[in-house]
Ligand binder design. Structure first.
Ligand code: NAP
Ligand code: F7E
Length: 345
């Protein structure tokens, strides 16, 4: 039985990757952060299903605690390490630049050093990002395209991407970069634009929210489904040679188009509900991202299976059900709505 070690297991991708690997007969080991509130809600179902027979094993750690990462990897002796942990919100990275970049600099060096020094041949996956391209050009972007980061988040990811290549080339280690374009799901963090929209549509449809306030509606993103993308991560780790691959859909849509389609699902006109506010604009915007996944298709046999329309529908339908349950709690004075004027990004 193969063993995988996952940092960032409590995140969106952590959930989908853990599920996939357990289905593929892996024993999964993942790190969680100590938090003052519960932070395992995405993987609670997997914990109750798989932790008793040790198919899923969790440990407290942090990407900035190199000693704990090193001792865990030495003890577990995994076959594959997937580094998904990061402060992954681009707008927050402008506000917390030191912390946000540390996870992709100090954190990645710690992991690569263990992979270099451990006797066993351990494969390493780095969660690289389309944000590294900077979104200046409207051309389709591939593994050879120029990296022009526009945020502390993206600058940290460029560092991690380069270090992953450097360890691959210098020490002949199996280190890969998955350069993933935006991927979403009903488990997407609620402050990312797609989930912020689907959450609002669900609540507006259930009459527990009146408006949705966003920033730049003209930004374009190549949005796919996270469940499809973790399959690509795994395929990269099974390839005969380590390399870098782009995962994307090859289609791009604006935030405005996402809004229109999401409100269409519940038969509402988005223009009656969406407002904009400067506070959701970024100091430096990535205007346009469109990926070219042809290398992944040719070499890994990977293709996205979920269309843009289906992705939006799935997210809205899931959030309509969530809002229905919230409405019951509100009607019984068990929940006070706090989402009309959120203080978060
Ligand atoms: P996510 O939902 O924000 O999850 C991030 C994970 O990292 C969470 O488990 C979080 O823990 C953990 N984390 C944050 N800081 C940490 C630290 N200092 N030490 C240990 N763990 C830490 O992100 P995602 O969407 O699953 O993305 C996974 C990875 O892919 C990230 O590295 C992201 O930057 C990258 N990426 C994402 C996309 C995308 O569109 N989703 C595209 C390209 C690349 P808590 O749960 O405790 O916060
Ligand atoms: O923004 C615009 C915003 O925060 C998308 C991360 O997973 O993907 C993600 O980064 C676009 C931007 O994702 C709001 O200005 C408008 O142009 O959903 P987002 P992101 O910045 O693309 C990449 C690939 C990653 O690697 C990251 O980890 O939408 N936008 N209005 C807004 N964005 C947010 N969050 N909130 C708004 O109100």
């Amino acid at each position: 039985m193969k063993k995988a070690f996952i940092t960032g297991i409590t995140g969106q991708d952590g959930y989908y990757l853990t599920k996939l690997l357990i289905e593929k007969d892996y024993e999964v080991h993942g790190t969680i952060r100590r938090s003052s509130t519960f932070n395992t809600s995405r993987i609670d179902g997997l914990i109750s299903q798989y932790s008793s027979d040790k198919l899923l094993n969790l440990y407290y750690s942090d990407l900035l605690d190199s000693s704990s990462l090193s001792s865990l990897i030495q003890k577990i002796q995994p076959d594959e390490v997937y580094n998904l942990a990061a402060q992954s919100h681009v707008a927050v990275s402008f506000k917390n630049p030191y912390y946000s970049t540390s996870t992709s600099t100090a954190g990645v060096i710690s992991l690569l050093e263990v992979v270099k020094n451990i006797e066993k041949d351990v494969k390493f996956y780095q969660a690289s990002s389309s944000e590294m391209y900077g979104g200046v050009s409207t051309d389709s972007l591939n593994e050879e395209s120029l990296l022009e980061p526009k945020s502390p988040y993206a600058a940290g990811k460029v560092f991690a991407y380069n270090m992953t290549k450097i360890y691959r080339e210098s020490y002949k280690k199996f280190c890969v970069n998955g350069i993933l374009f935006n991927h979403e799901s009903p488990l997407r963090g609620e402050t990312f634009v797609t989930r912020k929209i689907s959450r609002a549509v669900g609540r507006i449809h259930n009459n527990i929210q009146s408006k949705l306030t966003l920033g730049n509606l003209e930004a374009f993103r190549d949005w796919g489904f996270a469940g499809d993308y973790v399959e690509g991560m795994w395929l990269m780790m099974q390839h005969d040679k380590p390399d870098d691959w782009v995962l994307a859909t090859g289609e791009t849509h604006s935030v405005k188009e996402f809004c229109k389609l999401a409100f269409d699902v519940v038969g509402l006109d988005w223009e009656n509900y969406v407002l904009t506010d400067e506070k959701y604009q970024r100091p430096n915007e990535v205007n346009h991202l469109l990926g070219d996944p042809s290398k992944a298709k040719k070499e890994l046999g990977w293709e996205p299976k979920t269309s843009f329309k289906k992705l939006v529908e799935n997210m809205v339908e899931s959030d309509c059900k969530l809002a229905e349950r919230e409405k019951v709690l509100i009607d019984n004075n068990l929940l006070k709505p706090s989402w009309e004027n959120p203080t978060t990004t």
